[in-house]
Structures are given as structure tokens and as C-alpha cells.
Design a protein around this ligand. Structure first.
Ligand code: FE2
Length: 339
């Protein structure tokens, strides 16, 4: 019977990615919006016969839910934005380690947990967005330079409660230590053109509107605005450009969205199979294109929009460092007066 089942699945399965399903379903808790992931999950279901059920929410809520549910949790996989959250999930004890040579061979070591608790699936950089008319890109160089008084009243960035900023600061702590990073954050805050408000898109719009000359933003927000159906967003994006900092140093700050298998997973093997699928070429190309992110594997090309920004040097810091230094980063930003 089992043999017949396997053969049937093999018979309907005719693509390069083709392994018989091991369970009927995988349950995901996802901090990514449904439209950013559902279509590729549907393709997985088509190929394998495994139904994928999606519960969406904020990462911290989902991590708390996993903690409260314990072994009774129905979730097999957690998908989160930002490595800081994946690290929190590991620390909270709601994930389990995965040993998959198939994934480890594909995803560079700095973009996955050293013990296999989480894996990066898409890649983004946190960059400087500058006004094309008012800023000469030759005057831009490093993250450190953003604390220089020459940028007084010229920088827009969202609040310190935001995990992307926490991760950027955590990377600087990892590289330069607390003292130097705190001096930098204090100088950066002194250069704010307004009190932190809104998300990354709002910072870019504020630059286009002349409120600031520079914004700090994740690359996919800029990519999303360039391709936006909203004309005002497209117009704002056309007025600015992207600058990758630290090209003569460590390289531009990188972060991931990614996933881990939950500790309580009842459908572990199917969940690992899904993870391998998401790390596969087809999923990587689709997933990155749809959210304007860089594929996490080097052999899959980025979308046309992202390629139009040119190649850049990416920081190769192991991303678990961002989780390790998160709490220190939050305290430091508070001391620096970063609201
Ligand atoms: Fe985001």
C-alpha cells in the first residue's frame, strides 16, 4: 500500500524538485503577509500533495503563542522577518535544530543559525537612500559617517523600537563595541531631521518631499516603491537613489527573512521538505522577485530592479551576531535618545 502511494506521487511529479510527500500537511505561523508567500506555498502543494496551512501575525505574537502552546502547538514552521526575531524564537526554546545537507550546501553559513535552528530564505540590505538633487553620492561613504555634523538636521529614520534598526546597531556593536557604537548613535540622533515616525517607506517619502536629505531603509521598500501601483510612491522613489555603505570596509549591512522548524512540529519531515523547497532555485527566484529581495543563494540572480542598482559588497558578519547583541542595542539606542 505504501509502495503504491509513493509510486502514485512519483507519477504525478515531473519537475526537477520532486520528492514524495511525507505527510499530508504543514502548519506555518508566519510573520510575513500571506500575499508574499502563499503563491509559492501553493506550488509546493501542487508538487507534493502536502497542504500548507498559514496563520499570520506579528513575529513576537507568534513566538509568544508558540511558547504558550508548548508541545501542543499545531505549528510546524515559523517564518519571521529579521534575524533578530528568529534568534528570539530560538532563545525562547520554540524551535528545533534541522540537519539538512541539502539546505546547508545552498545557504551561505552567515545567513543561517550555526546550530540549524533557523535559515535565511531572502536577503535584504539596510542602506542609505539619498535625494538625487540635493546630495552628491560622492559625499556618502559609511554608516559611521552618518554621525558627522555635516548631516545635521538631514537624516530620516524610523524608531528604535523597529527590529531592523536594532539589528543594524547590533551589527555595529559586534564590529566596533558598545562605546564606539553609542557615540555613533548619539551623533546620528543629533542629525535627525525630525522625530522618528512611520516605516521605511515614509522615510523615503520624507526625503523626496525635502524633509530630509538621507533616509535609512531596507532595500525592498525602495524596490517596492519603484514598482508601486501608487503614483505618489513611484514619484517619490524616482527622486531618490540607493547608496550601499561601507564598500571600502566591511560592506553593506545585511539581514534576512527566514524560517525555523518548531520544537513541537508534528509534521517535521514535511516541514523540512518545505524548507528545502523554499531554498530551491524556483522558490528563491519567485520569493525574491515578489518582495524585491535578494535571493539568499548566490546562484539565483536578483530581479531586474535590484540588478539595476549595481553590484555591491555585502557584510559577511554571521547574522546570529545581530541576535546576540539585540538587547544591548536596544539599551544603547535608548541611552542615545533614539526614540
Ligand atoms: Fe519589512
Amino acid at each position: 500500500m505504501l509502495r503504491k502511494f509513493t509510486l502514485t506521487l512519483l507519477a504525478v511529479c515531473c519537475t526537477p524538485y520532486c520528492v514524495p510527500a511525507l505527510a499530508d500537511e504543514v502548519n506555518i505561523y508566519s510573520a510575513r503577509q500571506e500575499n508574499l508567500i502563499k503563491p509559492i506555498l501553493d506550488i509546493f502543494t501542487e508538487r507534493t500533495g502536502v497542504t500548507v496551512n498559514l496563520v499570520t501575525g506579528s513575529a513576537d505574537e507568534l513566538i509568544q503563542r508558540l511558547t504558550l502552546e508548548g508541545d501542543n502547538s499545531p505549528a510546524d514552521m515559523l517564518i519571521a522577518e529579521d534575524v533578530g526575531r528568529l534568534y528570539r524564537a530560538k532563545e525562547a526554546g520554540v524551535l528545533q535544530a534541522v540537519e539538512s545537507a541539502a539546505i546547508n550546501d545552498i545557504i551561505p553559513a552567515q545567513y543561517r543559525d550555526s546550530e540549524g535552528y533557523w535559515y535565511g530564505l531572502t536577503l535584504r540590505s539596510r542602506v542609505i537612500i539619498y535625494d538625487r538633487a540635493r546630495v552628491n553620492p560622492a559625499d556618502l561613504s559609511t554608516y559611521a559617517d552618518l554621525a558627522d555634523p555635516k548631516w545635521d538636521n538631514k537624516i530620516c529614520v524610523r524608531s528604535s523600537g523597529n527590529i531592523y534598526n536594532q539589528s543594524l546597531v547590533a551589527s555595529m556593536i559586534s564590529r566596533n563595541g558598545v562605546e564606539a557604537t553609542e557615540a555613533w548613535a548619539t551623533g546620528l540622533v543629533a542629525n535627525f531631521g525630525r522625530d522618528p515616525q512611520g516605516g521605511d517607506r515614509e522615510q523615503i517619502s520624507a526625503v523626496a518631499a525635502g524633509q530630509c536629505d538621507l533616509a535609512i531603509s531596507n532595500t525592498y521598500y525602495f524596490g517596492g516603491m519603484l514598482k508601486s501601483t501608487n503614483e505618489a510612491e513611484r514619484k517619490a522613489a524616482a527622486a531618490v537613489a540607493v547608496f550601499f555603505p561601507d564598500q571600502n570596509g566591511n560592506g553593506a549591512h545585511m539581514n534576512i527573512s527566514g524560517a525555523g522548524i518548531t520544537k513541537a512540529a508534528k509534521n517535521r519531515d514535511a516541514a523540512v521538505q518545505l524548507m528545502e523547497f523554499l531554498a530551491g532555485e524556483e522558490a528563491q527566484a519567485w520569493y525574491a522577485e515578489v518582495n524585491n529581495e535578494f535571493p539568499v543563494r548566490a546562484d539565483v540572480p536578483a530581479s531586474e530592479v535590484l540588478q539595476s542598482w549595481g553590484t555591491f559588497k555585502a557584510d559577511n558578519l554571521a547574522l546570529e551576531e545581530l541576535g546576540i547583541h539585540n538587547a544591548e542595542a536596544v539599551r544603547l539606542m535608548d541611552r542615545a535618545g533614539w526614540q
